[in-house]
Design a protein around this ligand. Sequence first.
Ligand SMILES: [Zn+2]
Length: 368
Amino acid sequence: MQYRSQLSSLVVLLLGVVVIGQGAGAPRRTQNVILITFDGLRWQEVFYGADEALMNKENGGVEDAGALKKAFWRDTPEARRAALLPFFWGVIAQQGQVFGNVNKGSAVKVTNGKNFSYPGYNEILAGFPDDRIDSNAKRPNPNVTVLEWLNQRSPYRHRVAAFCSWDVFPFIINRERSGVFVNAAHEPVQDGKLTERQELLNRLMSEITPPWEGVRWDALTFYSALEYLKKHKPRVLYIAFDETDDYAHAGRYDRYLESAHRTDAFIKTLWETLQAMPEYRGTTSLVLTTDHGRGGAPTEWKGHGANVKGAENIWIAVLGPDTPALGERTNVATVTQSQVAATVAALLGEDYCAAVPQAGKPIAGIWR
Ligand SMILES: [Zn+2]
């Protein structure tokens, strides 16, 4: 009896080793994650590039249709999307994965039913929809985001930062409670002894006329984030761009496309910077997404919301050392916005769902 129970313990132990060994797979290389959002960039432009129906004055408010077509119109959808987002299609989709092409059986859905910003950013960052969040009002988020959750854990403590163009983010991330470093909109970066570049960027933030109420230009957000990254080498960085959404609301399809194109170039610069730094090279994953979709041509594209058809359709892209290069995913299970938080954590080897059971599961197939 004694012998048999020892034997069965040994069998259980060995089985455990085998199961754990299989579960772990190849050793995870990601040490850092950078999450990036383009506010309200449609999946239609991501997968098909510029929409001909909107490249005119009537539907798209376009000032110079000839110049816009020269920049972004091409004969095939593949060429159009590559012209609009060259880094996204040339590198991210070649070396990583892209979800969200509804026409190829790869939908990504917002599940909060509201299809506007704060509910979307809460769903992305906390990992679940919350009916209490029903406006863009500056109310501190009652939910703990994955940024706050990671910031509570020792490897990431004080190594989580967010740079955001929109002034609601200090509330979405609940800066006061979370302790996450958050810089947003017109606030100067407060970061001890500033570098020369930080001083200049801070001056520009206060001296350039803001494009919209409560929003700063995305270039100021990007270069402030990049300087912070070089200075502090955060393990987790969130960059929230805004311009695509505000130009769409303004009915300016030309500016919307130009902004998406410029943001793509920012991400290229970021990726090249990361690969030139020993702290990040080969150990950093990127996750890209958006807070909501928008309506279709010819007029609904300007808006989004609960009653705008199709505004629940979004997209997600992942690039990094653990992500198999499967490119544009087709015929996969529907992915939801609520899966982003656990995916960010899982890339770092952390189990967010164990702590937050209502959060969406990490996206299947994005690591080896
Ligand atoms: Zn938005």
